[in-house]
Design a protein around this ligand. Structure first.
Ligand code: NAG
Ligand code: NAG
Ligand code: NAG
Length: 311
């Protein structure tokens, strides 16, 4: 008899979970539609955003690269520097470990002077040995307001959301923001859930193509013993395990199929390019980048001039 009662409680809890997931997804879909109808008119720069900048969502898009990958960073600056976003402030930063060569000291410093978009972590360049942990856990101290600067205007949190994004992923920043607006700003874990056919954001973890967490989770990663004691292994999978073990990310958002792998070659993780896209992953060749950028009409605002002609 007891068992029956327990079971029926579990079933009711399960129904509630299902209902709330559906609600989030539904809200999200309607917001995507809304934005699809409004973006065409907002491409005119003379249209001012309705919200004041203080209300904007603050997002850090951190992209791990290596110190030597200057060309990749220059390319990604072109990709993100040409996108304008309404309703959010997005900082794209490139993240790597300690410099190791003399020429990097000059070239990386010059990049910083020009772009100020580089984060150098205190680590030795590594894969699957904790760079992701170092990234997230370093941010709270790095972004703590300087006590000497007497500006009261440093907002808290410095960013509402922090992303770890891949360098072969193309993020469409306005679409990303449109999906975030209806979502909670706390305890959020957002991305493309692995395994590929799964639509359940609680099983298992968000793909390394790019995932987002709210600032409270970033602080938790720094404070908690759970990530510290579980560093070695496939980083994004381990990240999901921290979330589960620490019971974090009660709010989850499965951004599939707004995020997906590039259509060719087709797998269970791919999707056709389509307008409601937040991110396309596995852009491993120039040809794939170009096809993606062309599909999304990224050059349509090019101003005509006598100085050039592009057919
Ligand atoms: C933007 O709006 C202004 C004023 O309404 C108009 O003169 C201009 O042609 C518009 N530009 C574009 C690119 O639509
Ligand atoms: C990284 O560089 C800093 C400053 O040069 C140094 O103090 C630190 O020990 C280095 N860390 C590693 C892991 O090599
Ligand atoms: C790109 O522009 C073409 C032609 O104006 C239009 O038909 C298409 O819908 C646009 N694609 C996207 C993804 O906005």
């Amino acid at each position: 008899m007891k068992n029956v009662i327990v079971l029926s409680f579990m079933f009711i809890a399960f129904l509630f979970t299902l209902a709330s997931i559906n609600e989030i997804q539904f809200d999200h879909l309607s917001s995507i539609k809304k934005c699809a109808t409004s973006t065409s008119s907002s491409s005119n720069n003379s249209v001012l955003p309705m919200k004041s900048p203080e209300n904007d969502i603050r997002i850090l898009l951190g992209i791990p690269t290596m110190a030597d990958h200057h060309d990749r960073r220059h390319f990604l600056r072109l990709i993100y520097g040409t996108q304008s976003v309404v309703g959010a402030k997005i900082d794209v930063k490139f993240v790597f470990c300690n410099l190791t060569k003399e020429d990097q000291k000059v070239l990386v410093a010059l990049e910083i002077i020009q772009h100020n978009d580089i984060i150098i972590l205190n680590c030795k360049e590594n894969m699957d040995k904790g760079k992701t942990y170092t990234y997230f856990s370093s941010l709270p101290d790095m972004l703590k307001p300087d006590p000497d600067s007497n500006s009261d205007s440093d907002p808290y949190p410095p960013y509402h959301y922090v992303i770890k994004g891949d360098d072969d992923t193309y993020f469409r920043l306005q679409k990303l923001v449109d999906t975030l607006i209806p979502l909670p700003r706390e305890d959020l874990y957002y991305g493309y859930v692995i395994p590929c056919p799964s639509m359940d954001p609680f099983v298992h973890y968000m793909s390394g193509m790019g995932y987002l967490v709210s600032w409270d989770i970033v602080e938790w990663i720094k404070e908690s013993e759970i990530p510290k004691s579980h560093l070695v292994g496939p980083e994004d999978k381990i990240f999901g395990e921290w979330m589960r073990e620490g019971r974090r990310g009660k709010n989850r958002f499965n951004a599939k199929w707004h995020m997906y792998n590039y259509p060719e070659p087709p797998t269970r993780c791919t999707h056709e390019l389509w307008p409601d896209t937040v991110a396309v992953h596995l852009l491993k060749t120039q040809e794939k980048w170009i096809r993606t950028l062309s599909y999304f009409n990224v050059t349509q605002n090019l101003k005509p001039s006598k100085m050039y002609h592009i057919p």
